[in-house]
Design a protein around this ligand. Structure first.
Ligand SMILES: Nc1ncnc2c1ncn2[C@@H]1O[C@H](COP(=O)(O)OP(=O)(O)O)[C@@H](O)[C@H]1O
Ligand SMILES: Cc1ncc(COP(=O)(O)OP(=O)(O)O)c(N)n1
Length: 270
């Protein structure tokens, strides 16, 4: 049996809605064997982030080496990387193992406002990690930071996607969760030549904690199964739409999404 295998290099969210917990749940739901290399332990729940404890960069690097040298990795994603030193350690390993199916979710600030990437690490992300990415998935504030432009319109998003693409990723997906569109959430894809829009009905809910992690993990799962990037992204869009629509309503604040909603709808594709 050929088992698709995916690695997440990200922070731990003890509340289970974002970070490695969301990624591993997503891999499992999409029938991909999940592995993790932890970069930081966060203390958080639906009310926000209460603590951030980064690991030494060697600890992340050794976890990557352990799974890469033994089990193997068909696709990987990065999430919360916290510091320039951790980014450098991760970026050295990717070409050393020859990994190409690399999804970079450039996590910077949690929805509650907590810093998950140090400001001086943005340049390391741009120069060391983006050139290795098959897909990079910024939300609108992250796209503004990476591109250096304010995004108010879809035209601004086109320009930001072009500027981010210039760092070297093969595909840029600027997610639309933060856009001021009350009808739809529209994600913009740019492959260096063509733009594609993927729209879904916007759900009026506060339970969107971990949407970005879950979306990028679902893309990673698709790549691990051998899907082309555009197809993996379309499946991920359907996965996150179901996860937001069939919300679990947990906790007193911004609750997690429902990682089993997509499977329950019978939508798993091989
Ligand atoms: N309220 C919503 N209704 C439907 N889809 C949403 C909603 N919020 C976010 N999404 C989708 O969830 C994914 C993550 O988007 P976003 O929230 O922008 O990322 P992040 O969690 O990184 O801030 C995207 O595919 C986006 O379109
Ligand atoms: C450990 C950890 N990693 C990433 C995030 C951010 O997740 P995201 O999907 O962007 O969702 P929000 O936190 O912004 O709701 C996180 N919170 N924790």
């Amino acid at each position: 049996m050929n088992v698709p295998k995916a690695l997440t290099i990200a922070g731990s969210d003890c509340g289970g809605g974002a970070g490695i917990q969301a990624d591993l749940k997503t891999f499992q739901e999409l029938e991909v064997y999940g592995m993790s290399a932890i970069t930081a332990v966060t203390v958080q729940n639906t009310l926000g982030v209460q603590g951030v404890y980064p690991l030494p960069p060697e600890a992340t690097a050794e976890q990557i080496d352990a799974v890469g040298s033994d089990i193997g990795v068909d696709a990987l994603k990065t999430g919360m990387l916290f510091s320039a030193e951790i980014i450098q350690a991760v970026a050295e390993r990717i070409p050393a193992f020859g990994w190409k199916n690399v999804v970079v979710d450039p996590v910077m600030i949690a929805k509650g406002g907590s810093q998950l990437l140090l400001p001086d690490a943005v340049q390391a992300l741009q120069h060391y990690l983006l050139p290795l990415a098959a897909v990079v998935t910024p939300n609108i504030p992250e796209a503004e930071t990476l591109s250096g432009i304010d995004i108010r319109t879809m035209e601004d998003r086109h320009e930001a996607a072009k500027r981010i693409c210039a760092y070297g990723p093969k595909m840029v997906v600027i997610k639309g969760g933060h856009a001021e569109n009350h009808e739809q959430s529209v994600d913009l894809l740019f492959d260096g030549t063509n733009f594609t829009e993927m729209a879904g009905k916007r759900i009026d809910t506060v339970h969107t904690h971990g949407t970005g992690c879950t979306f990028s993990a679902a893309i990673t799962a698709g790549l691990a199964k051998g899907l082309p990037v555009i197809e993996a992204t379309m499946t991920a869009r359907a996965f996150i739409q179901a996860a937001i629509e069939d919300s679990l309503v947990l906790g007193q604040g911004h609750g997690p999404t429902n990682h089993w909603a997509y499977r329950r709808r019978g939508e798993i594709s091989r």
